[in-house]
Design a protein around this ligand. Structure first.
Ligand code: ZN
Length: 663
């Protein structure tokens, strides 16, 4: 599970950051459509040992080697469309400032950003702003070996708005498998997929594998069957490259435990055996000694309407020892937090196992985590492993820092925050409370609670992701206001939590609407989660005016009169959502989502978009990676690795296509 909070975070609150340390670093890389591409710094890389740097180099190669997998998972025409567009982009000799070419270039930049033709957040297909005639002309001008094999189909997919319209459809009134355009299923209905997996699941199995995690489901000779992702199966050529680089990394591993889980991951990639993936996950979670760490695999299931198949992603990172003192204080008290949570004791964990948390420095992002990334991750996702072996939770501090540094002076607070005292509170505390929110969300929130013995972990179906994110956010918000945080020394001021509460309500009720097109509903799981919580608090907080939306000078503002009451309401909602999860109460979860999380007030929506239009703030941001260049000695052995931050966004994308086209 991942926490995406900071991608909505456009507030500037840099007090805790020492801006002088970063004054020579240029965070801004590119800007187009609704996107800004940033660059992140990797502080501490030069202090790593040569062997650690070498390992990061190999892992960064493995993180890039799987790129084509996510492109293909996101839609079956994505790779041929990317090839076609890059061929035109590099061969084009016409005027680069013509209207058609500029629109073409923007489309390609969006394509790169989303790893395909669907918006990375709304899941809607991009609408080309260049003409069909322009694209046909460019194709005609290509040499014959660069022309697409099936030009007519690609043009249809690009230009026909009614064909393959949405990557993930979560509208529970439709067949969400048949109507989702992602490439995780073909020719099967939702009922057929559900029947297929229900037949595989053994009732009462205490250690079920993550069914469907590494498979595409298709119909073959009239029968529903899986195409498994593994070395000799689907995506084999990409997996071969990943395995090659992972094996190199294993050769310079920091210790035996780390080498052992890398080997287990390799074995799983070779066979596709989900049992091996569970064994790997357990070894990985148990390794708390290594400084270098990574995720590389089919992990998060947000791109699957049924929440089963993992999107390919990679994060390469190393531990930030200084900031990890904060998360270690939190995880050391995990049992206390569990025991004092406002949920029914039947749904609490009697014994919280192995919640480990650390602050990390991201060194490479890949697959579904690139260019748009999370700022916190908690893995593994398998419920039984989490309850019997614990989970590993990380906060990506250098990514959060890059967002913050890039947001200086953007005018957001002045436009949207109700008054000067609230702005001051946010400027003073939001950087720290945001980071703590991520720590608590990942380390405690996702790790908290338990299912009743007979509850199917997939019972909440298309609402599973949104409700799980809400559960983790509520846990974090509830405890941000707890005096325990002062007692364990992670948050000095007992009033600081108010900065996060205000920001959360503002974002959930208003500012995140900026990312939605007029007339559309809220779709993405994290956005639904945030609106669910904020709208619920507003609804229940109306009584006694604890929380309100008020008008000032014709503009709408969030006003929080009673922060203590707001915390109580958060606790009530946490208890209810934990009950829904523990009992697998789909009906109640569906009702909550429909009442609070989906519909948008069109007037408020228009107002938010209008107010944003006066500020130069992109709704979405992501990153280019630094590049790593090995330094060899006379015998061809790597003796050092150099890091550089010079690639532009198109340069990086074109290099990836040149060096890592595997499928
Ligand atoms: Zn999460």
């Amino acid at each position: 599970m991942k926490n995406l909070l900071a991608i909505a975070m456009t507030t500037a609150s840099a007090l805790s950051l020492n801006a002088a340390d970063h004054k020579d670093f240029n965070y801004h890389v590119d800007r187009f459509a609704d996107i800004e591409v940033l660059r992140y710094e990797v502080p501490g890389f030069s202090e790593l040992t040569p062997a650690q740097k070498e390992m990061i180099y190999y892992l960064s190669q493995a993180a890039q080697a799987g790129r084509d997998i996510i492109w293909d998972q996101n839609g079956r025409y994505n790779l041929p469309i990317r090839n076609l567009f890059e061929n035109i982009y590099t061969a084009y000799s016409g005027p680069r400032d013509s209207k058609d070419f500029k629109a073409f270039e923007e489309y390609l930049k969006r394509l790169w950003f989303s790893n395909g033709i669907y918006h990375h957040y709304s899941n809607d297909k991009f609408k080309p702003e260049f003409s069909r005639a322009f694209l046909e002309e460019q194709i005609a001008a290509l040499p014959s070996d660069k022309k697409p094999a099936d030009q007519a189909t690609l043009l249809e997919v690009i230009f026909n708005p009614d064909l393959l319209t949405k990557k993930v459809n979560q509208d529970g009134d439709a067949d969400i498998v048949a109507t989702s355009a992602g490439n995780l299923y073909e020719g099967v209905t939702q009922a057929e997929v559900e029947d297929y997996y229900n037949a595989l699941k053994k009732p009462g199995d205490p250690t079920p594998v993550s069914y469907g995690l590494n498979a595409r489901v298709v119909k073959k000779d009239g029968k529903v069957t899986e195409q498994t992702y593994h070395l000799a199966g689907l995506y084999g050529p990409a997996i071969a490259q990943i395995v090659y680089w992972l094996d190199k990394a294993k050769g310079v591993a920091e210790n035996e435990a780390q080498a052992a889980w890398i080997q287990k991951l390799i074995d799983y990639y070779i066979t596709g055996d989900l049992r091996l993936f569970d064994e790997y996950s357990i070894l990985w979670v148990d390794d708390t000694k290594s400084d270098i760490d990574f995720v590389n695999g089919f992990i998060e299931s947000y791109n699957d309407p049924l929440g089963m198949t993992g999107s390919w992603e990679s994060y390469v990172n190393f531990k930030n020892h200084k900031s990890s003192a904060r998360t270690e204080a939190i995880s050391a008290n995990a049992q206390w937090f569990e025991d004092h949570s406002p949920v029914d004791p039947r749904f609490r964990k009697p014994e919280v196992k192995g919640v480990t948390a650390k602050v990390i420095t991201a060194a490479q992002l890949g697959g579904d985590a690139y260019p748009s990334t999370a700022i916190g991750i908690n893995l593994p996702n398998a419920n039984w492993i989490r309850s019997s072996h614990g989970s590993k939770s990380v906060t990506l501090e250098n990514i959060t820092e890059a967002y913050e540094m890039a947001s200086h002076g953007n005018g957001f607070n002045e436009e949207f925050v109700i008054d000067e005292p609230t702005r001051k509170l946010m400027e003073e505390w939001l950087y720290l409370t945001d980071m703590l929110h991520t720590d608590l969300h990942e380390c405690l929130g996702h790790g908290s609670g338990r299912l009743l013995p007979d509850t199917d972990p997939d019972a909440l179906k298309e609402h599973g992701s949104a409700l799980e994110e809400a559960r983790a956010d509520l846990f974090a918000l509830y405890y941000l206001a707890d005096p325990k945080l002062q007692e364990i020394g992670v948050l000095p001021d007992p009033e600081a939590y108010k900065a996060e509460y205000y920001k959360y309500m503002l974002n959930g009720l208003m500012t995140q609407l900026y990312r939605i097109e007029p007339g559309k509903d809220v779709e993405e799981a994290h956005m639904r989660n945030r609106q669910l919580i904020a709208a619920y608090v507003l609804d229940k907080g109306k009584k006694g005016n604890a929380v309100q939306l008020v008008k000032k000078g014709g503009k709408t503002f969030v006003k929080i009169n009673d922060y203590k009451r707001m915390r109580e309401i958060l606790g009530e909602l946490l208890a209810e959502i934990q009950r829904i999860k523990s009992e697998g109460d789909y009906k109640a979860g569906d009702a909550l989502i429909r009442k609070y999380a989906v519909k948008v007030d069109p007037q408020l929506h228009a107002e938010v978009i209008e107010r944003y239009s006066h500020l130069d703030i992109p709704p979405y941001r992501g990153f280019v990676n630094p590049t790593y260049t090995p330094v060899y000695d006379a015998d061809g052995k790597i003796v050092d690795v150099e890091i550089s931050y010079t690639e532009s966004y198109p340069e990086q994308q074109l290099r990836l296509s040149r060096d890592f086209s595997t499928l």
